[in-house]
Design a protein around this ligand. Structure first.
Ligand SMILES: CC(C)(COP(=O)(O)OP(=O)(O)OC[C@H]1O[C@@H](n2cnc3c(N)ncnc32)[C@H](O)[C@@H]1OP(=O)(O)O)[C@@H](O)C(=O)NCCC(=O)NCCS
Length: 333
């Protein structure tokens, strides 16, 4: 029997460039506390959030994606026509089909490359990195653009006490390229469907069709359950990712968890016994929780503020609605 010709073996992948989009509209806690009977002090103490950035009316998922992507492609030393595929991780595009990624091909001028969106909420970026890593290593593509982007402010109910005050907007993008040495470790990823309801929108868009009086879907969560799951189970997932990568905590330059709550970030760092030398992504203080955008934005900031981290190892872990999670160790671009 004829043996099938497949793509090249022995290839590796790495992150070759990074970019981000942050809105200039910083929203302080004080601006949100009235309708939820909260306070600046409560939000700071319980979450570590001081401000979150929210995009203006004319800036949506596509505009933010384009800004972050242009920066990432240039940072990788590439041109749009070098990009062989686009994955956008988002849950807030608002258009079920066609995809945001397909529209981004023409905005960037990549040519007619494969382009698709994925829905994995706050784990979306790590899911997309897992896909891009596999596609590059299999030889299917040489350079893939990965964008994590959210306009969460469109799905916020200002009277909701459970999640509204955490959320911000933004986009982070990276290019995953072929590499002579390994730059992305095996991903540890999964789901916990029995907790499907723990973070959710209030109602389906289809309910608006049946009942014009139905509310526009907005986000809700069972915060304490998410908090416990994140602290206990995600510490274990992070350890598994380190083990899969053959990396010890002291080998890391940075730890970049999903920016959900500063107390979760601190607790994970403690449980992983990270030495002082490991820099920790703490973008949440002024950027809030931007779901799929949070890890690439926190990475972009860490690299800007600590140029010595270029080329060092970072453990990244995303987790959120689904419930879903994903983690891997990457070489920072
Ligand atoms: C949402 C979150 C900040 C709430 O903090 P918490 O410490 O768990 O708060 P609890 O819900 O246990 O409530 C504690 C008290 O604060 C009050 N409270 C709850 N929400 C409040 C708010 N927004 N403002 C002021 N008070 C609030 C409660 O009524 C309760 O009061 P009581 O002690 O008098 O009964 C926290 O659970 C969290 O961050 N969870 C992680 C979830 C997450 O980040 N998800 C995003 C997707 S990954």
């Amino acid at each position: 029997m004829t043996t099938l010709t497949t793509t090249e073996a022995g290839r590796f992948s790495r992150i070759s460039g990074i970019g981000g989009y942050r809105s200039e509209h910083a929203v302080p806690n004080e601006a949100l506390v009235g309708p939820i009977d909260s306070s600046d002090e409560w939000i700071r103490q319980r979450t570590g959030i001081v401000t979150r950035h929210r995009a203006g009316k004319d800036v949506g998922v596509l505009e933010m994606s384009e800004e972050a992507a242009v920066e990432a492609i240039a940072n990788a030393g590439l041109k749009p026509e070098d990009i062989g595929g686009i994955i956008i991780a988002t849950v807030t595009f608002g258009i079920p089909t066609p995809s945001a990624a397909s529209a981004l091909t023409t905005r960037l001028g990549t040519g007619p490359v494969p382009a698709w969106d994925i829905s994995a909420a706050c784990a979306g970026y790590c899911y997309a990195i897992a896909q891009a890593d596999g596609l590059v290593r299999s030889g299917t593509m040489d350079n893939i653009l990965v964008v994590g982007v959210e306009k969460l402010s469109d799905f916020v109910d200002p009277t909701d006490r459970s999640i509204s005050f955490l959320l911000g907007d933004g986009a982070g993008a990276v290019v995953v390229s072929s590499s002579e040495t390994p730059g992305i470790s095996a991903s540890v990823w999964g789901s916990k469907g029995e907790n499907w309801e723990t973070i959710r929108v209030t109602n389906s868009f289809l309910s608006l069709k049946d009942d014009p009086e139905a509310p526009f879907p907005t986000l809700r969560q069972d915060g304490p359950s998410v908090f416990r799951w994140a602290v206990w189970e995600m510490a274990d997932v992070a350890r598994q990712a380190l083990e899969a990568a053959g990396v010890a905590p002291e080998d890391l330059g940075a730890f970049i968890p999903h920016q959900a709550n500063m107390r979760i970030i601190d607790e994970l760092a403690k449980q992983l016994k990270l030495p002082e030398s490991v820099k920790i992504g703490r973008d949440i203080a002024d950027n809030g929780n931007t779901s799929a955008a949070s890890i690439p934005l926190a990475t972009e900031r860490l690299l800007r503020e600590n140029p010595d981290l270029h080329g060092k190892l970072a453990l990244q872990i995303g987790f959120g609605a689904g419930l879903v999670y994903g983690a891997q160790v990457v070489v920072l671009p």
